[in-house]
Design a protein around this ligand. Structure first.
Ligand code: ADP
Ligand code: MG
Length: 268
């Protein structure tokens, strides 16, 4: 008998407390959540409801105070710090609202950075970084410094850096929060492509329009899940497999459409 593969992420009674005594409060209040491989989840909710806390715990940047976090069926509590670091560098890609690029490094060095922890030679690291920047149509910017880029370009560099290790889980905390609508659209198309290629994405957003990209929308309130809704998958994109090197980044401003998801045009 074949064993059923466990969910990518399973949370049971996950709790995070801040403050002590009178000031103690639940940033996360006994969250139960199961995420299957290939889901694109958006998390919404008012400021302070625990979205970032949740994402940081999922990304192994922070620990819970109670409850269980199973990653691919294994409790992360049982894993060593070194194992956490390895998971962070190989399995999980994290994108932040504020890009978090390192200002004294060039674009290509920023993107190559996660590979350093793998003990890979510099030439090989730069080649891999260059490849992924090419797929993001950022080749001409390789030797720019971060401050020479637009906000949209910076976030795409940050996404390229999160993806250089080919992670299967992408966590994004308001990735378009600092971007104009055109740049937001380009970034969302990138995330949408990643989803279509079978990756699992969890994205926090304030923008209800962006939930159209998701297969599931979760609303949080006061450290709890207030609602959890599956949204329909669009059939026309179902069989579309786009290789990394041929992704389309739309240059034009997004057209207004009533369709729930933008139709991707074939490149070339
Ligand atoms: P969101 O991302 O939804 O705006 P956060 O996860 O950042 O919310 O915060 C959830 C709650 O936890 C808030 O009440 C916030 O003030 C509190 N909090 C977050 N980080 C810390 C911290 N490092 N120390 C104390 N309280 C914190
Ligand atoms: Mg936040």
């Amino acid at each position: 008998m074949t064993k059923k593969t466990p969910p990518v992420i399973e949370l049971r009674g996950l709790t995070k407390l801040y403050g002590i005594g009178d000031a103690e409060h639940h940033a996360l209040d006994a969250i139960d959540l199961t995420i299957e491989k290939g889901e694109f989840i958006t998390i919404m909710g008012p400021s302070g409801c625990g979205k970032t806390t949740l994402l940081n715990i999922l990304g192994l940047l922070d620990r819970s105070d109670d409850g269980e976090y199973l990653l691919d069926g294994t409790s992360v509590e049982t894993l060593s710090g070194a194992r956490h670091a390895r998971i962070r560098s190989q399995q999980i890609g994290i994108v932040f609202q504020s890009f978090n690029l390192i200002n004294r490094l060039t674009v290509i060095e920023n993107v190559a950075l996660p590979l350093t922890y793998r003990g890979m030679y510099r030439t090989k690291r730069l080649m891999m970084a260059s490849d992924i920047l090419k797929s993001f149509h950022l080749s001409e910017r390789e030797y720019y410094m971060p401050w020479q880029l637009s906000g949209g370009q910076m976030q795409r560099v940050a996404i390229a850096r999160a993806l250089v290790n080919n992670p299967s889980i992408i966590l994004a905390d308001e990735p378009t929060g600092n971007l104009d609508s055109k740049s937001s659209h380009i970034v969302m198309e990138e995330l949408s492509d990643l989803h279509k290629r079978g990756n699992t994405i969890v994205m926090v957003t304030h923008n209800p329009n962006l939930t159209t990209y998701a297969s599931r929308v979760i609303h949080m309130l006061d450290g709890k899940i207030a609602s959890d809704t599956k949204t329909p998958v669009i059939p026309e994109d179902k069989n579309k497999k786009v290789p990394l090197g041929s992704r389309k980044t739309t240059k034009a401003a997004p057209k207004k459409t009533t369709k729930p998801r933008k139709k991707k045009q074939a490149k070339k």
